[in-house]
Ligand binder design. Structure first.
Ligand code: NAD
Length: 477
C-alpha cells in the first residue's frame, strides 16, 4: 500500500494540499490495491511552477547531458523491469507475461530508441551555403503537460516523458487516475538518476480537476495527450485560448483487410491482435474485412479461435487475456455487445456475461460478430474490449471504401501475398499507419493517426520534434 506522498514535485515526494483519496482497484479481483491522492488546482500550480523554474536552466542543457540521464534511466529501468510489470498487471489487469514482455517492454524500448534518436539528432545547422549566414536552431518547446490513459500505461508515458527530456523540455505528467502505480515507479527511477529538480514532475488526479487545470494553465506551452476523442476535444479547446501546441493520440477503429490470397495464419493473427490486452488498444484491428470467397471459412476460424482463448487473472503466467480495466469499462462493453445482438449482427463467439468460473473481476468473453454491416454501432464505436466485427467484401475498391468509412484513421492492416496489391491498397487507406501481413512497426516509426485519431506523431525523430521549436538566426558566425 502506498503512503499518501504520491506527487513528485521539484524533486520531492509531496502530499496534496487538500486530501482527496482515490482507491485504485485491481480489476482481476475488484479489491482495493492502493490508495492515491488526487490533485487539486493548487497542487497543479505547484507542479507547473516547478517545471517553469526548472526550464530556465534545463532549456540550455546540452545534448550530451540529456543523453547521460536517459542512459542512466535505461539502466535503472532494466533493474526495475519486473516491479514495473507487476504494477501494470495490478493496476490495469494485463497478464504478467504480457506485462513483462510488452507493457513494461515497450517502455524500455522507447527509452532505448530515443537514446539512438537523440545521439543522431542535429539541433543546430547552417541553412545552405550563402552569405546571409542563416543558422537553424531546434530549441525545447517549454513546459509540457503530459496526460496519459490506462491501457498501455508505461508505453504511453515513455512516448511522452522520454522525448520531452531529450528535447530539453520540462514537464508535469498526469497519468490516468485508474492506473497510477507504474508512473509512480517511473518517478522513483527518475529520482534515482537525479534528473535536475523540477524537470520531471508527477501529479495524480482526475481529468475534470487536475487535467483541466493543467491544460488551461497559462504557463504550460504544450499538451501531449493520449486517450479518448471526447477528452481530446475538451483539451484542444482549453489549449486554443492561448495557442498551446497540442499533440493528440486518440481512438481508432482499425480495419484488417483479408484478401483471399492471405497467408495461412492471417485470420488467427488478426483475431489475436484484436483480443490481446483484452481489446484495450487504440490500434487494434477491430473490424475484420474478409473477401467473400473465404468469408464462411474465416468466420468459422475466428469462432474457433475466440472459443479457444483463455481468460484469467493477471497474476497467472501464460498467454491468456486478463480482465478489462474497470467496472465502467466492463459495463460499457456489455452494453455494446447487447447493441450488436439487437442490431442484427450474428454472434458467433462470446457474448454478454462473464466467462465460466470468473464471477469476481471485470472479465469479458472474447466475442465475435459475423455479418456486420459497417453502419452498425458495433462497427463504428471504439468498444475498447475484446469484441471483433467481421464484415464481408467483394472487391478491392469496396474493401478500401469500408476501411475508410470511419471517423478514425489510426492503424489499418492488409493481408495478401500479392505485394503490389498490398502497396496499392496501403496508399489508399486514410490512416497514419498501415501494417502489411503482420510485419510490425519499428520502435522509431512515427505513431499517430489521421482524422479523429489525432494530431501529431510519437516515437522516433518526428516524436522528438513535437517537443521542439525552430528558430532561424541570420548573421550567425
Ligand atoms: P479518458 O480520455 O477520459 O482519460 C484518459 C486520460 O485523460 C486520463 O488521464 C484522464 O484523467 C484524462 N482526462 C479525462 N478528461 C480530461 C479533461 N477534460 N482534461 C484533461 N484530462 C482529461 O479515457 P477513459 O475515460 O479512461 O476511457 C474512455 C474511453 O476512451 C475508452 O472506452 C476508450 O474508448 C477511450 N480510450 C482510448 C485510449 C487510446 O489510447 N486511444 C486510451 C484510453 C481510453
Amino acid at each position: 500500500m502506498l503512503d499518501k506522498k504520491n506527487f513528485y514535485i521539484n524533486g520531492e515526494w509531496v502530499s496534496p494540499k487538500k486530501s482527496n483519496d482515490f482507491k485504485v482497484i485491481d480489476p482481476s479481483t475488484e479489491e482495493e490495491c492502493a490508495v492515491i491522492s488526487l490533485a487539486g488546482v493548487d497542487d497543479v500550480n505547484d507542479a507547473v511552477s516547478a517545471a517553469t523554474k526548472a526550464f530556465e536552466t534545463w532549456a540550455f542543457s546540452t545534448k550530451e547531458e540529456r543523453l547521460k540521464y536517459l542512459e542512466a534511466l535505461y539502466e535503472v529501468y532494466k533493474k526495475r523491469w519486473n516491479d514495473m510489470a507487476k504494477a501494470i498487471s495490478l493496476e490495469m489487469g494485463s497478464p504478467i507475461d504480457f506485462s513483462t514482455q510488452l507493457q513494461a517492454g515497450t517502455g524500455a524500448s522507447h527509452i532505448k530508441s530515443y537514446i539512438k534518436v537523440l545521439k543522431e539528432y542535429t539541433f543546430e545547422a547552417k541553412l545552405g551555403e550563402h552569405a546571409l549566414n542563416n543558422n537553424i536552431l531546434h530549441e525545447p518547446k517549454g513546459v509540457c503537460a503530459l496526460i496519459t490513459p490506462w491501457n498501455w500505461p508505461m508505453n504511453q508515458v515513455c512516448l511522452k516523458v522520454i522525448p520531452a527530456i531529450a528535447a530539453g523540455c520540462t514537464m508535469v505528467l498526469k497519468p490516468s487516475e485508474i492506473a497510477p502505480l507504474s508512473s509512480i515507479i517511473l518517478a522513483e527511477m527518475i529520482d534515482e538518476i537525479k534528473l535536475p529538480k523540477g524537470v520531471f514532475n508527477l501529479i495524480n488526479g482526475d481529468g475534470a480537476v487536475a487535467g483541466n487545470a493543467l491544460t488551461s494553465h497559462p504557463d504550460v506551452n504544450m499538451v501531449s495527450f493520449t486517450g479518448s476523442t471526447r477528452a481530446g476535444a475538451l483539451i484542444s479547446q482549453n489549449a486554443a485560448s492561448d495557442f498551446k501546441r497540442i499533440s493528440l493520440e486518440l481512438g481508432g477503429k482499425g480495419a484488417n483487410i483479408i484478401f483471399k490470397d492471405a497467408d495461412a495464419e492471417a485470420i488467427e493473427r488478426g483475431a489475436l491482435r484484436c483480443f490481446r490486452n483484452s481489446g484495450q488498444s487504440c490500434n487494434a484491428p477491430t473490424r475484420m474485412l474478409v473477401e467473400k470467397s473465404i468469408y464462411a471459412d474465416a468466420v468459422e476460424r475466428v469462432k474457433n479461435f475466440a472459443n479457444s482463448m483463455k481468460v484469467d487473472v493477471a497474476t497467472k503466467n501464460g498467454d491468456h487475456i486478463g480482465p478489462v480495466v474497470s467496472k465502467t469499462q466492463f459495463e460499457k462493453i456489455q452494453t455494446l455487445i447487447q447493441v450488436g445482438i439487437d442490431e442484427g449482427a450474428k454472434l458467433v463467439a462470446g457474448g454478454t456475461g462473464k466467462p465460466d468460473g470468473l464471477d469476481k473481476g471485470y472479465f469479458v468473453k472474447p466475442t465475435a460478430f459475423a455479418d456486420v454491416n459497417n453502419q452498425m454501432q458495433i462497427a463504428r464505436t471504439e468498444i475498447f474490449g475484446p469484441v471483433l466485427s467481421i464484415i464481408p467484401f467483394e472487391t478491392e475498391e469496396e474493401a478500401i471504401a469500408i476501411a475508410n468509412d470511419t471517423p478514425y484513421g489510426l492503424l489499418n492492416f492488409i493481408q495478401t501475398q500479392d505485394q503490389e496489391k498490398a502497396n496499392r491498397v496501403a496508399r489508399k487507406l486514410r490512416s497514419g499507419m498501415v501494417d502489411i501481413n503482420g510485419a510490425g512497426l519499428a520502435p522509431d516509426a512515427p505513431f499517430g493517426g489521421y482524422k479523429h485519431s489525432g494530431i501529431g506523431r510519437e516515437a522516433g525523430k518526428l516524436g522528438l520534434e513535437e517537443y521542439l521549436e525552430v528558430k532561424v538566426v541570420s548573421g550567425w558566425n
